[in-house]
Design a protein around this ligand. Sequence first.
Ligand code: LLP
Length: 422
Amino acid sequence: MNHFEYRDGVLCCEGVRLSDIAEAVGTPVYVYSTATLERHYDVFKSAFAPRDVLVAFAVKANANIAVLATLARKGAGADTVSAGEIERALRAGVPASRIIFSGVGKTAGELAFAVKAGVHQINVESIAELETLSQCAATLGARPAIAIRVNPDVGAGGHDKISTGRSDAKFGVSVDQALALYTRAHADPNLAAKGLAVHIGSQIRQLDPLEAAFRTLRGMAEQLRAQGISVERLDLGGGLGVPYFHEPDPPTPTAYAAMVNRVFDGLDIALAFEPGRMIAGNAGVLLSRVIRVQERAERPILVLDAGMNDLIRPAIYDAYHDIKPLSQAQSAPLQKYDVVGPICETGDTFTRNRALPPLGPGDLVAFMTAGAYGAVMASTYNARALVPEVLVAGDKYEIVRRRWTLEDQLALEHKPSWLSAP
Ligand code: LLP
């Protein structure tokens, strides 16, 4: 469920007409719903009750400080993959004690930053990383809590490029390596070995691969405990899919949690999750205006003012986003369009042959389910302004990232002395 609905034929976010935001802020613009963010967090968290689990929102899905602060106020943690994301989470009010630091390419500097910040857990993905972290901890006189990220060799996810749990993916270490690595970490006086972590992919629409990965983790925890090695925590990652309207619905958080509770029944262990898309996906839309309609023999092309630089998912994952007009046309017959942006690449095509109500120059549309991996993946390609973001709460809204203009971009650049006029 989300809070984007037509009221009297006008698409609204909570109590605000999206067309009002488009007029005031301009397009393209991302708009997020506080109520939907909060609802998704609550639904996910409460699905596990009475088990108290750590829900660490995957910052990579939506890193806006206002979104993070909204979730922090609910008690969410943060799953981070760079010093920048840790810093964002901290500034948004997520306590370090709820921050998980994951990722294959943490630099020594980033590891030191995380150790100094006192994060809840660092998910280690290789022997080499474990060694760097151990040295870093010794230098800092700290004893960071770590988990070993396991690659369970389970394929899952909505697209090849977002599947992370197969043995040929770059993430984590094999089960055997992970057991050896954990044993080694446990014996390391500089490290507090706490648990195991797994994340097998994103936009996962079946529970089976997740269940297989979780069973592997349980087996490993039991095996280690049988050897007298303590394992206090399991981090089960993110990955639960969201409805994109053209695909069969993914499992509900309730069904997901029931599976988790079944797998870990009778095991006394703390559980953490790293959902990103499930929390933020349907909590955001991208608003865009039709620049013009280009007539063609086959079917017309709708040229929008949003491009692949603003929403890249269709270009790189062939992702589907529902497109809704901001004003609901009264019983007009649908018309087939190709929908494109202004970027000079054929890849800047959001969709082909999509049935939409008739649209013309100046009309406003919303790309639905754009709250996750939307604004965070935006760029200034083609010297376009970086897309702004707006957060709605009830009948209020505020710009939470202003449009980053060409002047802002140029302020970071420099014409070298030998090219400047004397
Ligand atoms: N934890 C880890 C370690 C991850 O790598 C990810 C996502 C998550 C949690 C959150 O997964 P979620 O619950 O959002 O599925 N840009 C792609 C998605 C990339 C996901 C990368 N990892 C897209 O637009 O579909």
